[in-house]
Write a protein that binds this ligand. Structure first.
Ligand code: F6P
Length: 374
């Protein structure tokens, strides 16, 4: 067992409701139960490269449980192995700053680093450990719920709540105006938010990245509803959904890091639906509303439990591991198991089958078999 006197903690990648719950539980337990100093590394790994840190006191983590975002700040441009440096003339260059990150870790007198992030952030943590010997412990995070090796991530439940509420609101206006309402939700490679909110919000069609769609069954569903006197439909689309044989729609691409901002697939579907059904169509892109704001109770509990378990891993010297929800238990798994592969929706899984049996269309059905129940 290693002697831990000072631990660093950072949040990387996109934020997720529940991050502050992790920071709070880990910092509180470390300071009050084990007399460990906790250093907040600001803005993800860029704080380690640029020495932006802040020693946390108990007062810093008081009252943050219901707060969205992360008190430590975050970025998805902080990879020390491909560090983006802004030059005086406004241009950018990419360099390997991982040795600087290692030096700064030592200068800060840290005994270990707890890294809270998605698969990209966890992959960086893993590399810092294998290539530079940094003792790291991981905590998985993403609203998309697509990290392998954990059953759930915090932030997902809040995102599903927000999207489900949006669907309830869209339902009433869709019905009043006899319109098709498209709700575009987050989910780059995995359609968990679309699937769960679609089921919770009584959607008629759910389009997810795991099931490439064709327009014919979607149009058939809208017609089936019209034919039984329901001239309105609710369609949930994950931002990463794409037509069979087609590509994902993205708004922009970061030239330096290659990061694509997805979004806009619904705007491509809307004119086709209008033309083929004769109904008016409206699009709502929910965007970062799903990520911001107060975490729901489930995410606060999961974040709190992850934070406590992460501290246990630190105290036991289980570096290179991350916490993971397995059933009802918070387990530990090697970080390697969570990177370079995603946890995707099984197109033949229970919830998809259940949705299909209710008549929900996923876009890969034979159009002449599409029914509207009731
Ligand atoms: O990975 C989480 C996520 O919320 C994705 O669903 C979404 O595509 C992305 O982050 C948006 O990231 P950004 O904050 O860079 O716009």
């Amino acid at each position: 067992m290693s002697e831990i006197r000072r631990l660093g903690i950072l949040t990387g990648g996109g934020d997720a409701p529940g991050l502050n719950a992790v920071i709070r539980s880990l910092a509180k337990a470390a300071m009050t139960r084990h007399n460990i100093r906790v250093v907040g590394v600001m803005d993800g790994f860029s704080g380690l490269v640029e020495m932006k840190t802040r020693e946390l006191e108990l007062g810093d983590v008081r009252g943050i449980l219901p707060r969205g975002g992360t008190i430590l700040g975050t970025t998805n441009r902080g990879n020390p192995f491909k560090y983006v440096e802004r030059l005086a003339d406004g241009s950018e260059r990419v360099l390997d700053a991982s040795a600087i990150a290692k030096q700064n870790f030592e200068r800060l007198g840290l005994d270990c680093l707890v890294v809270i992030g998605g698969d990209g952030t966890l992959a960086i943590a893993h590399r810092l450990m294998t290539e530079h010997g940094l003792p790291v412990v991981g905590v998985p995070k993403t609203i998309d719920n697509d990290i392998a090796a954990t059953d759930r991530t915090f932030g997902f439940a809040t995102a599903v709540e927000v999207a489900s509420e949006a669907l309830d609101r869209l339902h009433t206006t869709a019905e009043s105006h006899h319109r098709i309402m498209l709700l575009e939700v987050m989910g780059r490679e995995a359609g968990w938010i679309a699937l769960h909110s679609g089921v919770a919000g009584g959607a008629d069609v759910i389009l997810i990245p795991e099931i490439p769609f064709r327009m014919e069954p979607v149009i058939a569903k809208v017609w089936a509803r019209q034919n039984r006197g329901c001239p309105f439909s609710i369609i949930v689309v994950a931002e990463g959904a794409c037509p069979k044989g087609g590509d994902q729609v993205f708004q922009s691409r970061d030239e330096t890091t290659g990061w694509k901002r997805l979004g806009g697939v619904s705007y491509q579907l809307a004119p086709v639906l209008k033309e083929k059904t004769g109904l008016e169509v409206r699009v709502t892109v929910l965007g970062h509303i799903q990520r911001g704001g107060t975490p729901c109770a489930i995410d606060r509990i999961l974040g709190t439990a992850f934070g406590c378990r992460a501290l246990e891993l630190v105290l036991a010297g289980r570096f290179g591991h991350m916490v993971a929800l397995r059933g009802e238990r918070i387990d530990e798994v090697p970080i390697e198991q969570a990177i370079n592969r995603l946890k995707l929706v099984d197109p033949a899984g229970q919830l998809v089958s259940c949705a299909r049996s209710l008549g929900i269309v996923f876009g890969n059905e034979n159009a002449d078999e599409v029914l509207d129940n009731e």
